[in-house]
Unconditional design. Sequence first.
Length: 324
Amino acid sequence: MNVLSPIFTEKRECQDCYKCVRNCPVKAIKIEGGAAAVITDLCVYCGTCVEVCPASAKRVRDDLARARQLVGSGRRVIVSLAPSYVSEFPGVRPGQWVRALRALGFADVSETALGAQQVSAHVRDTLRRRIDGTEPGPRVLLSSACPAVVAYLQRHRPHLAPYITGMLSPLLAHCTMLRRLYGPDVGIVFIGPCIAKKLEADAHPALLDVALTFEDLHRWLEQERIDPARLPEGPEDSFTPEAAREGAIYPVDGGMIAGIRAGCSVADCSFMAFSGLGAIQLALDGLEAIRPDGGLFIELLACEGGCVNGPRAHRKGHTAAKRY
């Protein structure tokens, strides 16, 4: 069992139904020793195989014990909380979340959306410089927000990798910000709906210690018998170092574009948004032939409808309600 990979096969449970083979959007599964095995060099960790497996033989690596150990280590540990928590736990107020996560042992709670705001500002500046000719490089930019999309571009369309915006992803930008503010020795645990974030944690251990999913968080809260919706909240229960603004809309389809445009228009630039790997694959065909007069920014999210429908979101669908 390959426990080092964010997604692996529990061979004893695999029933040779080939459903994961048929549904994998990047053909990253092969039959090996009578079981369907993930081809790690091709996998983008979108979670499709996990969702379609009728026997639950495709497993997501459980990093909850590592997070618990980190929290109990005596180090200051900060949560980087994905903005889609709003749709994952409707009715729970931000202050209640801060109180609940502190009850689990975290010192502080910060919004990943703060890193998203830094990425938006970087993209705006890059687009301006590319358009006015003060910076060399393609005038077509692809978003770096989704690690599954970045893995897809790097592993399946490497000729398009130079189009990815140069800054780190919102999560890694947030981790960089937290370590700059609170010191390099703080522990950071991401919590969100995404399996591919575990890939980011594996690739950047100096920035991100552990990536948990909302499923992990549900389990942890149940084990500790904590119901965030029932907790009182006080003035001290606030996000560190501040609440996010436009970055909070990143997890919906088109949210990054709205964030780039917020407060500062980009002249002579076109914007497009595509979500779902199937739609992205079609959208990228022939991209090299585009020669925009101004600039072109393309937001790409692997999950249809955006991160609110991530593979480890509790409720699938309800996309309009989640966006609202």
